[in-house]
Design a protein around this ligand. Structure first.
Ligand code: ADP
Ligand code: ADP
Length: 234
């Protein structure tokens, strides 16, 4: 079974004056170990769709089954546990600026079963994994954009998730740094087997790391397939 199985997902935003059909009856399956790119213009519904995977966005209708669990059927506590196994990184990193790099990475471990020594070891290991061993006591403002995103990745991996959702994770970075971060994501996929869903408007990012691609437009997937299928058409 696919590790991510979105079935007939619709998300409609309604307020007093307008209705936005952000996602319209979309189904998407991602196999374990895949790197799946979601591309399309701004406003196409990419972020809304991907946020239904960890239920940061509850769909108006449809079913999200992730790691074998139907997200919409989980209790509040079970949903919290399920979310720990789905890491997420963001365009603007979302770090806590008043806290050190180590504290930022440690933050998702605050409810874990690990004791203090185990948490410190875990944070040290994560810092090493993303190449920031010497930055434990630095603050986010002292880091470059690429380093901040490495912290975002380390934090996202703190609870050993099998899935990493990347929402425009390289869009705020220059081309060289983008390549470095994409290289790190590819490495995590290949060495740890992490399944990655990568939202981007940058075709170069897709070509560099993705095995499969879905193209979204106006809330729908208008095309999907392997990287070769999508890019080798006449
Ligand atoms: P993308 O990630 O492809 O840029 P989004 O999923 O962010 O697209 O947005 C899809 C559509 O849904 C857009 O028209 C956006 O304005 C709208 N939208 C997204 N989130 C909300 C929200 N919380 N409330 C109202 N409309 C929203
Ligand atoms: P303190 O213990 O110093 O009060 P907290 O750990 O409670 O700090 O977090 C400080 C603030 O950062 C809180 O408002 C919290 O909601 C926010 N915060 C926590 N985690 C994140 C995150 N991953 N991204 C952005 N903000 C966060």
């Amino acid at each position: 079974a696919p590790i991510i199985d979105l079935k007939d997902i619709t998300v409609t935003f309604k307020n007093k004056t307008s209705t936005v059909h952000a996602v319209k009856n979309v189904s998407l399956q991602v196999a374990k170990g895949d790197v799946y790119g979601i591309v399309g213009y701004s406003g196409a519904g990419k972020s809304t769709l991907v946020r239904t995977i960890n239920y940061l966005q509850v769909p108006t209708s449809g079913t999200a089954t992730v790691n074998g669990q139907v997200m919409g059927q989980l209790s509040k506590n079970a949903l919290r546990l399920a979310r720990r196994k789905i890491g997420m990184i963001f365009q603007h990193f979302n770090l806590m600026n008043s806290r050190t790099i180590a504290a930022n990475i440690d933050y998702p471990l605050r409810y874990s079963d690990l004791n203090t020594a185990q948490r410190q070891k875990k944070v040290a290991d994560l810092l090493t994994l993303v190449g920031l061993q010497d930055k434990a006591d630095a603050y986010p403002a002292q880091l470059s954009g690429g380093q901040k995103q490495r912290v975002g990745i380390a934090r996202a991996l703190a609870n050993d998730p099998g899935i990493l959702l990347c929402d425009e994770a390289t869009s705020a970075l220059d081309p060289k740094t983008t390549q470095e971060i994409l290289g790190l994501l590819k490495h995590l996929n290949q060495t740890l087997g992490i399944t990655i869903v990568l939202i981007t408007h940058e075709m170069a990012a897709v070509k560099a790391v993705c095995q499969h691609v879905a193209v979204m437009e106006q809330g729908e997937i208008i095309e999907r397939g392997s990287l070769l299928d999508i890019f080798s058409q006449p």
